[in-house]
Write a protein that binds this ligand. Structure first.
Ligand code: BES
Ligand code: MN
Ligand code: MN
Length: 462
């Protein structure tokens, strides 16, 4: 056992308990009722950074939830790692689908986590993954082997699109100055197949409203004679894909980068079992854009999905009514070079243009961000790769993810540094879903791997 392993072994119960304390606070950023819990979580993160050895930690006020900033500067001539993470979580509902309460963390074994996994909202996304960095720092400081400077920026609004982070970054360029940004808020292929995320998709999230008559109507007296907004909205949405599951919005694919044969062949080398994939989701067949594999469909291809749709009568029994309005929330996942503002505009124009006379359409943009790809020949990627090599005994596979952390491309634009996405979760960890969990193996492996990243990054920077 090496030094970090024995440190983890000695302190792991405390590492679990401390994370549990964070997970117990329901820091749901989407719901304003939890405002004080977000503040409480920010205070707890601040305290944890102080205890881990940061010299300066502060809560930075924003128009929303505070950003926790911490730093330990040991020598201005050494490189600086900026760690980003988020302490806010997704809402826990539907609550009745949780096997144990979302904010009462417990450890249970699963098929993919035979050593146990921590169940609770935020365990993987992102409190557990963020906290690995705090504990890695603790190890490096307590054992006198922090090889470079470190800064932490932990926000409380990632799950609602980071509305106040861009301005904070723009106004604090000097404070946030760094040589590499390190984030654990993504996943890896499997516990025995380590991978490093090299890409994130962009996002455009909109809400559409289709209005027909000025009031709800009797469906017998008016049905068939006026446009029913629910009939219309579903028709309009259905037309957004063609029979090959291509998106029909004019111009949507104009900037999509087509990968070369070699790049696609490389991607296809990553282990993937379609039968297991289908079995885990209880589906008989996968579904998606013609001409692309499942792994391509959920990483290098853009998509359009309805996230929610409502209108009319959904209560008990039956009510014969034509609703005045129908709504849907629609997200588009974008790939690098697609500009999210441009896509939002294309969507708005197209969706409005396909509405029949007799309804009015209103498109409200929510939030979004650009996609991101990071090169694998950078010092940062190489350092991460070496770190995984040491702790997993295997070279990690570069892998583009389908998820989004929209602020990452802004980091590069404003702070001029690359982001390394060392995510230790699994896709099956149920982030955003009931029974979210994070493997104990993954949590501890993350804590073990991170200090090696610092070591190799500092060495390679010389
Ligand atoms: N941590 C996730 C993103 C993620 C998860 C990326 C797994 C790759 C693999 C993040 O917290 C998240 O949920 N992002 C949102 C977008 C955000 C603007 C709400 C997403 O991807 O839907
Ligand atoms: Mn996250
Ligand atoms: Mn999330």
């Amino acid at each position: 056992m090496n030094q970090i392993q024995s440190y983890i072994n000695e302190h792991k119960d405390r590492f679990f308990n401390e994370l549990f304390d964070l997970l117990k606070i329901p820091s749901i950023s989407a719901d304003t009722a939890y405002k004080s819990d977000l503040l409480k979580t920010a205070e707890a993160v601040k305290l944890s950074l102080e205890k881990a050895g940061c010299d300066k930690v502060e809560l930075c006020k924003t128009d929303g939830n505070p950003i926790v900033y911490g730093e330990k500067i040991i020598d201005k001539n050494l490189p600086t790692v900026l760690v980003y993470g988020h302490y806010d979580v997704q809402p826990a509902d539907p609550l009745d689908l949780w096997d144990s309460p979302p904010f009462e963390p417990i450890i249970k074994k699963t098929d993919l986590h035979p050593d146990g996994a921590i169940f609770g909202r935020g365990s993987c996304d992102d409190k557990g993954q963020m906290y690995m960095h705090v504990k890695a720092l603790e190890f490096m400081v307590k054992t006198n082997q922090l090889p470079c400077n470190v800064k932490f920026m932990i926000e409380g609004e990632e799950e609602v699109g980071s509305p106040n982070l861009a301005i904070f970054v723009k106004n604090n360029q000097e404070k946030l100055k760094n040589d590499v940004i390190l984030i654990s808020d993504t996943g890896m292929i499997a516990n025995d197949i380590p991978s490093i995320t090299t890409g994130l998709r962009g996002l455009s999230y909109v809400e559409v409203e289709v209005t027909g008559p000025n009031r709800d109507l009797h469906s017998g007296l008016y049905g068939g004679a006026v446009a029913n907004p629910i009939n219309i909205i579903t028709k309009m949405i259905a037309s957004l894909h063609d029979e090959d599951n291509h998106i029909t919005i004019p111009g949507f694919y104009d900037k999509v980068e087509e990968l070369s044969k070699e790049e696609r062949a490389d991607m296809a080398k990553a282990p993937f079992n379609l039968e297991n994939y289908k079995k885990a989701l209880d589906i008989e067949a996968v579904y998606g854009e013609t001409g692309y594999t499942t792994n391509e469909r959920n990483s290098i291809r853009p998509t359009l999905d309805v996230n929610g749709i409502w209108g009319g009568y959904t209560g008990e029994g039956a009510k014969t009514v034509i609703a005045s309005k129908a709504y849907a929330k629609i997200s588009m996942r974008l790939v690098p070079h697609q500009d999210w503002l441009e896509i939002t505009e294309l969507f708005t124009k197209h969706f409005t243009s396909i509405a029949p006379k007799g309804v009015k359409v209103n498109v409200k943009p929510h939030h979004g961000g650009q996609g991101y790809v990071t090169p694998i020949d950078s010092i940062g990627y190489q350092a991460a790769s070496k770190a995984y090599q040491d702790t997993f005994g295997k070279t990690p596979i570069p892998q583009r993810s389908g998820g989004s952390i929209p602020i990452v491309s802004l980091f590069e634009q404003e702070l001029k540094s690359k982001t390394i996405l060392m995510g230790f979760g699994l896709d099956s960890d149920a982030i955003h879903s009931p029974n979210e969990h994070f493997g104990i193996f993954n949590y501890l492996k993350g804590i073990e791997t991170i200090p090696l990243f610092y070591k190799y990054f500092t060495a390679l920077s010389k």
